[in-house]
Design a protein around this ligand. Structure first.
Ligand code: FES
Length: 91
């Protein structure tokens, strides 16, 4: 999930609730026992029209329109299967 540098909440991703979703993502990873995943936030990725953005490393999978808890669930479901989640894939 990305935010404007300096904590500015005016970015498009923040307006789409990326801050709240970050908390959900962390809780969901914990609930699923996915302890090998770490969450970090970044500044604006200049893909604002496609945000919120979620990137999975080391696979290098970029997901866009991660605007809901359901989207996060679908992406984490795919991660657990070691597969990309085609529905939200940007690359
Ligand atoms: S504010 Fe999210 S990509 Fe620009």
């Amino acid at each position: 999930m990305s935010f404007r540098a300096g904590g500015d909440q005016l970015g498009k991703c923040a307006r789409k609730g990326s801050g709240q979703l970050l908390g959900y993502l962390e809780a969901e990873l914990s609930d699923r026992g996915m302890s090998d995943f770490q969450v970090s936030s970044v500044g604006c990725l200049k893909l604002c029209d496609h945000g919120p953005i979620m990137i999975i490393y080391p696979e290098g999978l970029w997901y866009g329109a991660v605007e809901s808890e359901e989207a996060i669930d679908e992406i984490l479901d795919a991660c657990e299967k070691n597969q990309p989640c085609e529905k939200y894939l940007l690359t």
